[in-house]
Design a protein around this ligand. Structure first.
Ligand code: SIN
Length: 325
């Protein structure tokens, strides 16, 4: 029986056009889903694909508006008995945020795969066709379920919680932390490293179409406390610090953030370093701070937004969710 997959397109370089095979500049989100499916139709992929355009934009512009259209569209597709899985095409710049948000709010009983490309569709060495073929291979595999939302880039499969874009250019732009890739894939092969870890149709969080505002404060040598005041507005409900090293910050900034905690705003310490854990330190309990553990600042922001949207504001309860693997 042919596997049926739904493809939901949001734009990005995978649907980008430069106008020439060697042009430097290009526009993301130019090819519509129908044309894209026609393009991949010639690859002989062993799945029946149906598509829907959710957006066709550069992923720098992706945010709540697109998420509020994408999430119900995925739920609708997954609810169809004949749909074996969903592929979301997405720009790579904010792909990790969308993938993590979906991971926290979708059931894990059918595969949902997010895929992008680093080179536009008319470039020499366009990686989008291969990545897409790999995504079809993954989404067609019953063993892909129970692993949360998956990201397929550069012949690797990453768990949404781990994946991050680490390079601005090149087809090996994605890595996983703390787990590297969880499978290797080509259009004709797929090898998982380990068994699925999630079961059933339960989601970690209820979907919320109004995510509270969470500010990310980027720490650097010379950051002053006044900067906290400038970046925390009336609507801000939580703060993530992209701290130096293991989530550290100048003392005056720490003091300013303790004031924000007393005002009822949760503060999460993450790191601006590419990799490494930020653990809870003894003084965090006293300060009311939370440690982001393995999540980078942009993912810590997504998790904090969802926690706040679900009414979880107590630092100890928030910490438990950050500790979860
Ligand atoms: C984007 O994120 O939409 C542009 C860059 C890319 O997809 O690689």
């Amino acid at each position: 029986m042919t596997t049926r997959l739904t493809v939901l397109a949001t734009g990005g370089t995978i649907a980008g056009i430069a106008g020439s095979a060697i042009a430097k500049d290009y526009r993301a989100g130019e090819i519509g889903i129908e044309d894209y499916l026609e393009k991949v139709g010639g690859l002989g992929l062993e799945a029946e694909l149906s598509g829907r355009q959710i957006a066709n934009i550069d992923s720098a512009d992706i945010g709540p508006e697109v998420w509020n259209a994408l999430h119900p569209a995925i739920m609708e597709a997954l609810a169809e008995e004949s749909c074996a899985g969903v592929i979301v095409t997405h720009g790579t710049d904010t792909l990790e945020e969308t993938a993590f948000l979906l991971d926290l709010t979708l059931p894990a009983d059918k595969p949902v795969v997010v895929v992008g490309a680093m080179r536009p569709a008319d470039a020499v060495g366009y990686d989008g066709l291969r990545n897409f073929a790999n995504a079809v291979r993954v989404a067609s595999d019953p063993d892909a379920s129970g692993r949360g939302v998956l990201v397929v880039m550069g012949d690797r499969v990453f768990a949404a919680r781990d994946v991050r874009k680490v390079r601005t250019r090149g087809t090996e732009a994605f890595r996983g932390f703390p787990r590297e890739s969880i499978a290797l894939v080509t259009p004709s092969s797929l090898e998982w490293f380990g068994a699925p870890w999630r079961q059933g149709s339960a989601t970690s969080f209820e979907w919320s179409d109004t995510l509270p505002e969470v500010a990310i404060i980027y720490a650097y040598a010379g950051l002053e406390a006044t900067s906290v005041g400038r970046q925390v507005g009336q609507a801000t409900r939580g703060i993530v610090v992209a701290g130096v090293g293991e989530g550290n910050m100048p003392e005056e900034v720490r003091e300013a953030l303790k004031v924000q905690v007393r005002r009822g705003l949760p503060v999460v310490r993450a790191s601006r370093a590419d990799e490494g854990l930020v653990d809870l330190e003894p003084e965090d309990a006293e300060n009311g701070f939370v440690a982001a553990r393995a999540l980078n600042p942009q993912k810590a922001r997504i998790l904090l937004q969802l926690l706040l949207a679900n009414g979880i504001t107590d630092p100890a309860a928030i910490q438990k969710k950050f500790d979860r693997r």
